[in-house]
Ligand binder design. Sequence first.
Ligand code: ADP
Length: 449
Amino acid sequence: MKKLTSIKTRITIWYTTLMFILVSVVLAIVGSLSYQLSIDGIENDIKAQVSQVSERVRNRASKNIFYSVESSKEFKNVSVYLEDGSYVVGQYLYDLSSIPFKEKLRRETVDGETYIVYDEFKPSKPGDNRGYWIRGAESVNYTKVLGRSMFMIILIIIPIILLITAFGGYYITRKAFLPVNDITHTANEICTQNDIKKRIPINPYGREDELYKLSLTLNKMLDKIEDLIVKEKQFTSDASHELRTPISVILAQGEYLLDIADNEKEKELAKSIVDKSNQVSKLVSRLLLLARIDSNRQKINKEKVDLSVLVDIAADGMRELAKSKNIVILTDVSENTIVNADEALLLSAISNLISNAIKYGRESGHVIIKASKYADSTEIVVSDNGIGISSENLEKIWGRFYRVDDVRNDEYGSSGLGLSMVKSIVELHNGKIFVKSQPGKGTEFRIVL
Ligand code: ADP
């Protein structure tokens, strides 16, 4: 069974249950007390009526003891019998002559019905055996009916109280928790839209409670994070700018040294300088491109690009590298697969995927580049049969400077910036990039534009 995780639901269940117990206990106590009180009342009333009628019998006020209408009403629980039990005159409607007389307040059952009964004997003359039995009685049924109707009222009252408690309480808790929805919503937006500028709405419900304070604090934290991110991006951008010129100079001088080198040793040293400078230059260009895309400063010159041509250019540019590992590059793009994109950026993205496919491809393996046009999208797929990527690394490879295997990747002069650059370029085109991989079998990158 699914666990109830909503705090609102749990709070509602908790206090509704508590309310149910509370109301039941209170009503049970009140019910039993009032039942006891009404029984006590009946008993006292019967006793009082009996002793008053007994007084009248002594005074022989009238032959018919209940001579007036008022007294009929007054002594409605009393009847009078002779000493042998024969009925003289009576007020109540039930026949209780079968019950033996006893000067004691008690309960008696006749035909399944319970009565409260109290008798008093009044001798004709003091000490005489003859005289009158005065009997007071009342059916407990009356109290039962009263109890039953009370029970019915309770049955109606409890659900009504519980419904009001549950709905009212849920409504209040839901309102109180509205800022939590806002916080979740903003956090989700920041994650899905990668927009750290989003903020939690402050006090839209006009309540300055704890959640209002939490929203303020979280917004302050977001300000701090945004500030740090902006500073970090600015630093990357500035550093890359500053590095560009000296690296170009080192590269140019390294190439010059390579030209004028006299012997193998000098050539080797000069080549190493050129190679490493090229690597750093590429890294700086990537950093600059990423910094520009991040700060929305990267211009995008969209034009109609023929993918069959672009893929060929990218593949040709990589054949030299492929040869070093005896890898075959195959392309499969039908002519006139046209896409609206920035040619230079898209070329850079595809070249990067091909270069990765070769770097992490198997010796004498293959790299396949396909491009297909669909009704409302264009797909470019670069696949290889290389080392593959384990599932725990699949999400991480898009991170900046993330390399799965630091030692091995150093051989290729990897920086861990390639895929984040590809992703940024694809997203700049409002596209998406997906990866599928099986370790040891190969990897497939799919760009959807
Ligand atoms: P790098 O400069 O290290 O290649 P990338 O951002 O291009 O940086 O790639 C990040 C990591 O993803 C790489 O270090 C590599 O381990 C892994 N990777 C990328 N492409 C492939 C591929 N085609 N096959 C296997 N692993 C790959």
